[in-house]
Ligand binder design. Sequence first.
Ligand code: THU
Length: 139
Amino acid sequence: MSAAKSALPRSQALKLLRAAAQVSRNAHAPYSAFQVGAALLTDTGAVISGCNVENASYGLTICAERNAIFHAVAVKKRKFKAVAIVASGKQMPFPCGACRQVLAEFGSPEMVVLVAPRAKLADYMELTLGELLPHSFKF
Ligand code: THU
């Protein structure tokens, strides 16, 4: 029996994950030493990325996913097919609740979310935004 059909072909997924891994290297994370990168794939095939930027006043820290979304909006991209999230460390870097809600502002429940530890991109997990945040808040 063949494996379940992936929403994003593996070669495309790995390309997006590599973009997220690359931008994670630019993180400003002197407090946590946890570097995160997020790469958004737009409906037109563009890739827009962001990294986490920490602050000495900890609460002002911004996550990679939100930085990527805000970056995209600033360059007039608002429709996304997928996001890849990569971080240093061994765990799967699932997006925090705040970032899920911000992704849901622009992404549909079908939007593909790829997560992988930077050292093991090939072991990525593929989810949808709807799986990560069912019943998102809408105004
Ligand atoms: N972080 C992200 O960039 N994305 C998340 O979804 C969760 C956490 C960052 C924020 C902070 O710089 C570091 O990871 C540790 O929490």
